[in-house]
Structure formats: C-alpha cells, structure tokens
Design a protein around this ligand. Structure first.
Ligand code: PGA
Length: 284
C-alpha cells in the first residue's frame, strides 16, 4: 500500500532531520488535517491554492491534509499540486453497487483523494453510523489505498458521568479494524462538546484521553499501536494550537472551522514548527 507520507509530503527539510534525531516524541511527523464539512463552492478552492503556495514557500514539519466535499476533490487535488493531501469526509464500505447517493473509497481515490475521514461524530449522530459501520469504512479506505482518519469521542453527558475514557476505549475496540498501521491510519479524538463550540478540554484532559487511546491501541495492535498518530479535534484554532500540539501523545490535529481560511490553517501548521523550535531550544 502506498504510504500517506510518501504520497505527497516533502520530508527532507533540515528542520525535520534535526527534529527527528533530537526529539523522540516527534519521530513521527504530526498530521494537520482540515475538515471542510458541507462547506465549499468553487471560489473556496483559492484557500487550497494559498495553502499549497505557503507549503511550497516553507515546507512544513507536518503532513498536511484537507478533507473536502466530494464535489471538490478533483479540483482541490489539482490546486494542491501534490503539495498537500486532499481527502474525502466519508465513504461507503462497498466498492460499488446499488447505493444511490453514496460514494466508495475507490471513487474518492479515483478523484484524487489520498485519505478519508470515517466515523466523524456528525456521521455517527445524524446518519446512525455504528462502530461496526465505521470499522467497515476504515477497511474500505485501506482496500482503496487511502489513509483512514478514524474519529472517536465522548458526548458532554458521557464526560460528566465520568465515562470519557471508557467510551473512547469502546469506540477504539469497535471502530478500529485489525491491521491498522501508521501509514494507513490515524485516530482523531474529538470530544463532541468541543466541536464547533469554541470550548476545548484542558491540556490535562486531552493528555489523559490520548494516553488512554495509546494504551488501547498498543494492547490491540502491539508495536503498530505505538506509532499511529492520535489527532486532537474540536475548536482548534491559531490561538490554542501551540498548547494543544504540545500535549503528550497529540500527533496532530483535525480542524473544522479554522480550516476554511488559509491564513488560520497556516497559523496552526506553523504552530508545529514553533513547538519544534521551542523543544530544540529547551534541549540546547
Ligand atoms: P471544529 O470541528 O474545529 O470546527 O470544532 C472539528 C471537527 O468536527 O472535525
């Protein structure tokens, strides 16, 4: 299977070499992913052009992915020029068939996608997607050679009831198929109460859940579970990105609203470099 990183990311910057040799936690490049949701007509593609241009001017220390509505994938991939990855936001588990209005992972790939989000809470809530359906979609993504970004996260009331860890553990158990690898998947922890709300968990809360997710992945997958990136998502913005990306076991971010504006998204991408610079300064 072609790897997500090798598919489009310039990985040879000097920054990156020093980051990888001196920072154990950063040995896997962070993944900064946008999720446009049901937003974007043709003029919105200018944001992709702008992000691709800034990636060309200053190669980032992260893999960059923007997941867009299916109608924009082919044009977005053209605008991205191979500099950033373009992904879908959902797929059907079957390759083809009588599923009116659905789209397969193979179709996303054919249109120019290299990744797909599966199990976003908005799909789970509004379309009744179960863990088993999400696992089938992740398998479909792998079958097509796409990176699957598998989303999990608790509701506000589940958190209030002290169930955040058990809910996420159960979702990992049910939504992550066997055979998950770094190059084929990422897990996105997105507490539902943080999505689009402007409220984010504290760094301690994020650290606690990410550590739990890591434990679940290692128990489930062994060595591969140690390197799979765990993204945080939910009201990530330029003003909080540095703090969130510095939390242990946060391997990147899944960004909704702030991914719609190139300048905001770029500021979040730059937070990865800032984090790396301050870590290197601390080591010096
Ligand atoms: P948000 O959305 O950044 O607008 O909170 C995140 C997501 O739903 O993936």
């Amino acid at each position: 299977m072609e790897t997500f990183v090798a598919a489009f990311t310039p990985v040879s910057s000097q920054h990156n070499a020093s980051l990888q040799s001196e920072q154990s936690e950063a040995s896997v490049r962070p993944l900064i992913a946008g999720n446009w949701k049901m937003n974007g007509l043709a003029p919105q593609l200018r944001q992709i052009e702008a992000i691709a241009a800034s990636v060309k001017a200053k190669p980032p220390l992260a893999d960059i992915l923007i997941c867009v509505p299916s109608t924009l994938i082919a044009r977005a991939a053209q605008c991205a020029g191979g500099r950033i990855g373009i992904g879908g936001e959902n797929c059907h588990s079957e390759m083809a068939g009588a599923f009116t209005g659905d789209i397969s992972a193979e179709m996303l790939k054919d249109a120019g996608a290299c990744a797909v989000i599966v199990g976003h809470s908005e799909r789970r809530q509004h379309h009744g997607e179960t863990d088993a359906m999400v696992a089938a979609k992740a398998n479909a993504a792998w079958r097509a050679g796409l990176l699957a970004v598998i989303c999990i996260g608790e509701t506000k009331s589940q958190r209030m009831d002290g169930k955040a860890l058990s809910v996420c553990g159960d979702q990992i158990a049910g939504s992550v198929p066997d055979g998950m690898t770094l190059s084929a998947s990422a897990v996105a922890y997105e507490p539902l109460w943080a999505i689009g709300s402007g409220h984010t968990p504290t760094s301690e809360q994020i650290a606690e859940v990410h550590a739990h997710i890591r434990r679940c992945l290692v128990v489930r997958l062994g060595a591969a579970g140690r390197e799979v990136r765990i993204l945080y998502g939910g009201s990530v913005k330029p003003s909080n990105a540095c703090e969130i990306l510095a939390v242990p076991e946060v391997g990147g971010a899944l960004i909704g609203g702030a991914s719609l504006k190139a300048t905001d998204f770029e500021a979040i991408v730059n937070a990865v470099s800032k984090r790396a610079e301050s870590s290197l300064a601390a080591l010096a």
